[in-house]
Design a protein. Structure first.
Length: 153
């Protein structure tokens, strides 16, 4: 969780560059990637909170094994679910949303470790694996943001 907090601090440093876009890196702006990361964290934490541990079932998923082992999500493979697709945001709302997200991450300390998130590609992830996924996912978008800002392809 400490890594996720550090990643949020890094996202915060990019908010002032939220309008930058580089089509050779991503069709989306820096702000879109920040907002998507925050929406994803908040949505998934709420899903974990609502989950019923009795319904948890573990299944082998090769995609989960590969992503968690490499700690990397391949670019351009997945379509963003509508529920975490940014619609409207600006510098002010990104800052506000960042504070909400920090609070939600802090609240995960009160969630039972048996609660879980059902990821569409990786299956059911208990709280510890969910937090690890959020770190991997946030890092994925931080790398894209840095490539946009620094002009890398």
């Amino acid at each position: 969780m400490n890594k996720l907090n550090k990643q949020l601090e890094e996202l915060a440093t990019k908010i002032s560059q939220q309008d930058i876009v580089r089509m050779d890196v991503s069709k989306s702006t820096v702000g879109w990637h920040i907002e998507h990361s925050l929406l994803t964290i908040n949505f998934i934490i709420e899903e974990v909170r609502k989950s019923n541990p009795i319904n948890y079932k573990w299944r082998f998923k090769l995609s989960r094994v590969l992503v968690f082992a490499m700690k990397k999500i391949p670019r351009g493979r997945a379509k963003v679910p509508k529920v975490v697709a940014p619609i409207k945001f600006d510098e002010k709302t990104l800052i506000e949303h960042l504070e909400i997200t920090k609070s939600k991450i802090q609240d995960t300390k009160t969630i039972s470790s048996n609660k879980y998130f059902n990821h569409p590609y990786f299956g059911n992830l208990k709280l510890d694996k969910t937090l690890k996924f959020l770190e991997i996912h946030t890092n994925h978008h931080l790398e894209i943001i840095n490539d946009i800002v620094n002009g890398k392809t």
